[in-house]
Design a binder for this molecule. Structure first.
Ligand SMILES: Nc1ncnc2c1ncn2[C@@H]1O[C@H](COP(=O)(O)OP(=O)(O)OP(=O)(O)O)[C@@H](O)[C@H]1O
Length: 829
């Protein structure tokens, strides 16, 4: 089944950057000078704070005067309402139409972020004004739609997330949801019916926010605060209940500062370090995103802080985003002002992709959600019980020693969970980085193709030069990303060492101490078990969502096929609508119908599609699914006899990624045949594992975690529903089979090149095959290659080149990837 990209309603837009310069405070007026000029509604000039610079310095450009241009610029005389009406209100209006919006204030300590976002009694801030707009628009809406507005308010303080709407909030964790992106698990969402109620909650939350008096600001915010308003709009059409969901995130960041300027020490200094860490991470993301628009695909390090993970959608995803850069006009703030403006200038390059969030009410998902909520309540209850028990213990002086042990164990368990969290983050970061480089390599391939084509018609013209330049940029990016990846790998090794140390300490504690310690560990274990179950449910929910999306896509596809159009017509119609159909070749000859047509499986060295001339055959394999299994990566290999090729295979499941290696080891073939023994009860096709010499056997016998996830037709378009001209080639190839790397021993995840890897991802979703890097196929078929993604345009080259390869005895490798992971497909366009 081809994946279909979002229709034309998806719009790419650039982040809108607004600069706001506050007035000098009365205190500042006595000892500083105003050096910021907002010369018109877009231009900001920062004068050189050094008045002594003479005329010569100025003309010779030795002055520190700087000039910037933004979408909007506001001087000290402007109110929050001016800023709102000119630059924000239209963005907010989109929220009740199902669009996402993010507004965040960025600037140094005391530059006016909180004043801009929250405001004062006589000058209400952007949070207040936005909420009023939302409720006004809902009131004025004369459709029969139902609206539901919910609100949450959180802060990120010292890299820990707290719920500002909870009196004594515990630490909250971030989760990744395939539908909603990053979410904060356990965050309270309160239904609200008026702007006044949200303002009440906002005031309550603000009173709980961590603020301190620093040298730079008497009420300096020490945390990053995110107010999120969700507007759910339900309307009925004749087919189903449709839900449109718009989300508005309003973010007041903590101020960046230098310790020397704030004159702080101890806790304040630590706060400052964490604030700066988050802001540094944000600045790095802005840098990378700004660079990404100019260069190839640079890696964006969202994972480096909680703040950047929360803001991820607002920075590059489905959100219309406004950055308000606040600056102080004081001459002693020159460096901060210029720094802020520099980042704001870079942020102008950032692009986001907005699209309406339309969904249907899904009972399964809401069931899972309810279960997760219940589990979360259970986890909170257990945590509280544990805390109560500990406080009871601490009042008995005779048990002082045990108390010490318990608190020591608490520290240890805290460290253990931080260690695990860090490892998950590092591994995910590494994974994302490799994905980025994979995209870079695909672009490289397209560039190589384009260069070759250009050279064929005109020798080294300007177009070729431009393409070569772009190629170099992509190569630079790949190198940068590889360096970053190497650093992540080192950090993973350090993290693993730390984990071993912690494990030793826990084991020692268990063997040295009495019952209490043991019981304590048991209760901690139970707690972790609950959290684990919760995660399992989350995964199940994610799978459910993915399944639903695939189902919807398949139905849509069947509908298109039923119209009786030919491939060309469909592609043309789709492109008129702005829809891109990827992997057209994956559409045909799949499913039980085509498999049943196969008289006998063919077990040649290459997967069958190599020998199938029609495009429609190219993806004829691939619907084997690996179920999630925690210890999958360490399982024994599937043994097989042939193939001396070197393969490296990376396994992913849930949060862990393993690199699996097979040096000069035989590889296995995974075949799916129609013979009856490969069909499990209920009519599902089963995977058969075979080598050229050995007959197929059911893989599930060796791998109980391996299964066919889908129904007989899942992921397929029945051949009977396909028009003949869609490349159906009866009898050309009669089995669905592909080369599977031998499942192997685990080895450290170091020094591999994704381009030469076979990456097998266990995601609980259907596998598919992609072929690329045709350029590498060219003249030297001496080393093994890996290919990702086949397109109609390149498969002809492929069939032309393959005989050379086969003759040279070199077999290309196929990357098997999950096409159903959110965003995967789009990476291969
Ligand atoms: N537009 C404005 N008009 C009048 N006063 C302002 C304006 N903007 C900011 N101020 C004043 O400047 C001071 C610092 O502002 P604010 O607390 O909003 O800064 P901040 O950037 O949020 O600082 P921090 O990062 O330390 O929290 C406050 O006294 C505030 O009242």
């Amino acid at each position: 089944m081809p994946s279909i990209k979002a229709p034309a309603s998806k719009q790419t837009t650039t982040l809108s950057v607004v600069v706001k310069c506050r007035p000098l405070t009365s205190k500042e007026r006595q000892r500083t000078r105003d050096i910021v000029r907002v010369t018109n509604d877009k231009e900001v000039v920062v004068l050189d704070p050094d008045l002594s610079k003479d005329y010569l310095d100025r003309v010779q450009n030795r002055t520190k005067e700087r000039k910037y241009f933004f979408d909007y610029a506001f001087g000290p005389g402007s109110t929050n309402l001016d800023v709102y009406e000119t630059s924000i209100s239209s963005t907010i209006a989109g929220v009740i139409q199902g669009l996402n919006a993010t507004v965040f204030a960025y600037g140094s300590t005391g530059s006016g972020k909180t004043y801009t976002m929250v405001g004062a009694r006589d000058d209400p801030g952007l949070m207040v004004l936005s909420l009023n707009t939302i409720f006004d628009l809902i009131k004025k809406d004369n459709s029969s739609d139902d609206f539901e507005v919910t609100c949450s308010y959180l802060e990120v303080y010292n890299e820990v997330i707290y719920d500002l709407l909870e009196k004594s909030s515990g630490h909250l964790e971030l989760r990744e949801d395939p539908e909603q992106g990053i979410i904060v698990a356990g965050l309270r969402c309160i239904k609200v019916h008026s702007a006044d109620r949200i303002l009440e909650l906002l005031n309550l939350g603000n009173s709980r926010r961590k603020t301190e008096s620093t040298e730079a600001n008497a009420t300096s915010s020490r945390s990053h605060a995110v107010l999120e308003i969700t507007v759910k709009r339900k309307h009925r059409n004749q087919y189903q209940n449709q839900v449109i969901r718009g989300k508005l995130a309003l973010v007041d960041l903590a101020g960046s500062e230098r310790a020397s300027e704030t004159n702080s020490g101890g806790q304040k200094l630590r706060d400052g370090a964490n604030i700066n860490r988050s802001l540094l991470a944000l600045a790095n993301c802005i840098n990378a995103l700004g660079k990404q628009q100019k260069k190839g695909l640079a890696y964006v390090p969202y994972r480096n802080s909680k703040l950047t993970r929360i803001l991820k959608d607002g920075l590059s995803g489905n959100s219309q985003t406004v950055m308000i850069a606040t600056v102080s006009p004081a001459d002693n703030q020159y460096h901060h002002t210029v720094n802020t403006l520099k980042y704001a200038d870079r942020a102008k390059e950032i692009k986001t992709h907005i699209q309406k969030n339309i969904g249907t009410v899904d009972t399964h998902v809401s069931d899972y959600q309810r279960m997760i909520d219940n589990l979360q309540i259970e986890v909170c209850r257990l945590r509280k019980e544990l805390a109560d028990k500990e406080s009871q213990l601490s009042v008995k002086p005779a048990e002082k020693k045990v108390d010490d042990e318990l608190s020591w164990l608490n520290v240890l368990s805290q460290q253990t969970s931080e260690n695990v969290q860090e490892r998950i983050n590092l591994q995910k970061a590494l994974f994302e980085l490799e994905e980025t480089n994979l995209r870079n390599r695909i672009e490289l391939q397209h560039l190589d193709d384009a260069i070759a084509k250009q050279q064929a018609i005109q020798k080294d013209g300007a177009v070729v030069q431009a393409l070569r330049l772009r190629r170099q940029v992509i190569l630079d990016n790949i190198r940068d990303n590889d360096d970053t990846g190497a650093n992540y790998e080192k950090e993973i090794v350090a993290n693993e060492n730390h984990r071993c140390q912690l494990q030793d300490m826990i084991e020692e504690a268990i063997s040295n101490n009495g019952n209490k310690t043991y019981l304590h560990i048991l209760s901690q274990y139970r707690l972790l078990g609950m959290a684990n179950t919760e995660l399992q449910f989350e995964m199940a929910m994610r799978d459910q969502v993915i399944h639903n999306q695939r189902e919807a896509q398949r139905n849509l596809w069947n509908l298109i096929m039923g119209l009786g159009l030919d491939q060309k017509q469909i592609i043309e119609t789709a492109s008129k609508q702005g829809i891109t159909i990827e992997d057209w070749t994956a559409t045909s000859h799949r499913g039980p119908t085509s498999m049943k047509q196969s008289p006998a499986p063919c077990y040649g060295r290459l997967p069958p599609f190599w020998s199938c001339p029609s495009i429609g055959q190219l993806y004829s394999s691939s619907s084997c699914v690996f179920q999630h299994q925690q210890d999958f990566g360490s399982r024994s290999c599937i043994k097989c006899e042939s193939d001396t090729a070197r393969t490296v295979c990376r396994e992913e499941h849930h949060s862990s990624y393993f690199l699996l290696s097979h040096d000069h080891s035989p590889s296995a073939y995974l075949g799916m045949s129609s013979s009856s023994e490969h069909w499990v009860s209920g009519g599902r096709p089963g995977p058969g594992l075979c080598t050229p010499e050995k007959p197929a056997r059911d893989v599930r016998l060796s791998f109980p975690e391996m299964r066919i996830q889908s129904s007989p037709t899942e992921g397929f378009v029945s051949t009977s529903s396909l028009p003949e001209e869609f490349g159906r080639n009866k009898g050309a190839c009669n089995t669905n089979r592909w080369q599977l790397p031998e499942l192997p021993q685990v080895r450290p995840n170091t020094g591999h090149s994704p381009c030469k890897d076979i990456m097998t991802r266990h995601t609980g979703a259907t596998r598919s095959l992609f072929v690329n890097n045709l350029s590498e196929l060219s003249d030297t078929p001496s080393s093994p290659h890996v290919f990702h993604s086949i397109t109609p345009s390149n498969c002809q080259d492929l069939s032309r080149l393959l005989p050379t390869y086969t003759a040279a005895g070199t077999n290309p490798f196929i990357t098997a990837m999950s096409p159903d992971l959110k965003g995967h497909r789009s990476n291969f366009v």
